[in-house]
Design a protein around this ligand. Sequence first.
Ligand SMILES: NC(=O)c1ccc[n+]([C@@H]2O[C@H](COP(=O)([O-])OP(=O)(O)OC[C@H]3O[C@@H](n4cnc5c(N)ncnc54)[C@H](OP(=O)(O)O)[C@@H]3O)[C@@H](O)[C@H]2O)c1
Length: 250
Amino acid sequence: MNPFDLTGRLAVVTGARRGIGFAMAEALAAAGADIIGVSATIEPDSAIERRVTALGRAFKAIPADFNDPGAVARLAEALATEPVDILVNNAGTIRRAPAAEHSDAYWDEVLQVNLTSQFALTRAVGAAMLERGRGKIIFTASLLSFQGGINVPGYAAAKSGIAGLTRALANEWTARGVTVNAIAPGYIATDNTQALQDDPDRSRAILERIPAGRWGRPDDLAGATVFLASGASDYVSGTVIPVDGGWLGR
Ligand SMILES: NC(=O)c1ccc[n+]([C@@H]2O[C@H](COP(=O)([O-])OP(=O)(O)OC[C@H]3O[C@@H](n4cnc5c(N)ncnc54)[C@H](OP(=O)(O)O)[C@@H]3O)[C@@H](O)[C@H]2O)c1
């Protein structure tokens, strides 16, 4: 018996079109899961669809804009007919501006996409998991679930909220067969961190603090994702696992 085997499981991965979500969907498919990939702009025959089907698993794309509460409600409705075993709440956005100039528009969008919509979707999918008595929920948190960051107050507030939401849901749902955890990626080279990668001072300062001596890659998240989606983590719930090259221990 391989405790990490996901054969026959159905996983929903939000933000699966690129970056970290792409790598998470790929890892879950490689472990045996079929995938429903969600993102703002995903279309049929996307790169992640081609990757998952090349691994021999089924893939279905559902576009949904998490900045639109109506679209998230329609997504939840569409998923109500699917026997979702694993929900990976990974879609997320970031807006950078100093706190004193951080607009309501930035704040509202980041809180809506990164926190409110995450709760709305998880409430719906989680309720169906509770009825079946089984489920695995994984949020993508952040180092800013633990730290304040610079120029990203809305993002830090939302990701700190994700850590609290992870614990709150775990308290209610773990005894009913649904574990709820989060992964906190360190600094991963994706579109989300392009502004930092392009800033020589910030980029150097970040690299100097990472004990692993390099920025992370999306596939660095693969192991933790499969672990938290599988039976190997059945007694793990309500926790945020950093995958950060040692950053938080520094
Ligand atoms: N990169 C890092 O260092 C890092 C560190 C900690 C946490 N994170 C978190 O990791 C997650 C993935 O980020 P990433 O680095 O992979 O960034 P990314 O490359 O920018 O990808 C973001 C993904 O989220 C989707 N998304 C963004 N806004 C959306 C919206 N309004 N509605 C629906 N989907 C939306 C995007 O959809 P489209 O492709 O359709 O545009 C995309 O698939 C985010 O939650 C981010 O906060 C990243």
